[in-house]
Write a protein that binds this ligand. Structure first.
Ligand code: HMG
Ligand code: MG
Length: 301
């Protein structure tokens, strides 16, 4: 059964911009975040407090957090891989932080420079500190539908990691198809055991669109009761540790799907289209949202 309301988690300013090769001015990041909040998004991933040598595009996250004018009712979150990242996020007044494990040893080593077990130990330090500071923690699991280094991933391992993240205090776990290889069948095969172990209200999906399957996979997830969906304006992004991975499913495309289904979401599609168009023009890059391409062509008529 489909949910009556869906919450979007906008990851463009982080997952999207972290992978752009060119320089991005801090002011442009801030303008994008303002435009996304103005359009009605209430959960925005605004930056990452990771090692700047590993992901240079997120090196100015302190300045981004300092520069945003916060709207009430909007959560501005940041990735925090370890306690050092958490302390930076707390000092920057992030409303929420996110820890990110992987369902693949090979990807964990590339992305976090440690094993899955070691990453979970570091994350439990973060969740402990976050609990003491009253800051909610989201958990991610990367590579739930396939790993760029080791191929197929066992859904049972994903369930185990999701349970570990929830047990250490995450309020929600976002299931990431980091390289966008998933299909409706593999999404179902993951969610069936996942939903036997964990309620849908504690799960989100984070689909990259490399093979053009992300929207179908989101629809499959909605049908199985998931009601939190990650998306990236204009389909920005990819993952620096997953060669060839394209951006997340575009926010505009998810909104169009939800509008067609009559599912409430609280976001103004036209404003998101303008925000996506603006950042793509600023960066001189193509807009990967099919819905934005169609609507922008109509605006010009
Ligand atoms: P490491 O090099 O093993 O860390 O990196 P270390 O503890 O050995 O420290 C090395 C240096 O990094 C030290 O500095 C630390 O102070 C510094 P030095 O003494 O050499 O000058 N350092 C930091 N600096 C700033 N902030 C920090 C921090 N931590 C250490 N937080 C580490 C380990 C986890 C830090 C590194 O591997 C890292 O930053 N990884 C993050 C990679 C990343 O951001 N990947 C992209 C995001 S994940 C993603 O996109 C997937 C997702 O979208 C879901 C999906 O699609 O599946 C979420
Ligand atoms: Mg991602």
């Amino acid at each position: 059964m489909l949910p009556s309301k869906v919450t979007l988690v906008e990851v463009g300013p982080r997952d999207g911009l972290q992978n752009e090769p060119g320089t991005i001015a801090c002011a442009d990041k801030i303008a994008l975040i303002h435009a996304l909040a103005e359009a009605g998004l209430t959960r925005i991933e605004a930056g990452a407090f990771v090692n700047p040598k590993w992901v240079p595009q997120m090196a100015d996250s302190e300045a981004v957090f300092a520069g945003i004018e916060r709207r009430s009712g909007v959560s501005y979150s940041a990735l925090t891989p370890n306690l050092k990242g958490f302390e930076r996020a707390r000092a920057a007044r992030a409303s929420e932080v996110a820890i990110f494990a992987a369902a693949s040893e090979a990807f964990s080593r590339k992305n976090l420079n440690c094993s899955i077990d070691d990453s979970l130990a570091r994350f439990s330090d973060v969740t402990r500190a976050a609990r003491a500071a009253n800051i909610p923690v989201r958990g991610y699991i990367s590579c739930v539908l396939g790993c760029p280094y080791s191929g197929a991933v066992d859904p049972a391992l994903c369930v185990e990691i999701a349970q570990a993240l929830l047990a250490m205090g995450c309020f929600e776990v976002s299931l990431g198809d980091t390289i966008g290889v998933g299909t409706v069948a593999s999404t179902r095969a993951l969610l069936e055991p996942m939903l036997k172990a964990i309620g849908p209200e504690q799960l989100a999906v984070h689909m990259h669109d490399t093979y053009g399957q992300a929207l179908a996979n989101v629809y499959q997830s909605l049908q199985m009761g998931i009601s939190v969906v990650d998306a990236s304006v204009a389909g920005l992004g990819g993952c620096p540790y997953a060669q060839g991975a394209s951006g997340n499913l575009a926010t505009e495309d998810v909104l169009y799907l939800l509008n067609g289904l009559g599912i409430e979401h609280g976001v103004a599609l036209d404003k998101i289209v303008q925000a996506g168009d603006q950042i793509c023009r600023t960066l001189g890059i193509a807009n990967h949202s099919r819905v934005a391409q169609a609507l922008l062509a109509n605006f010009k008529k």
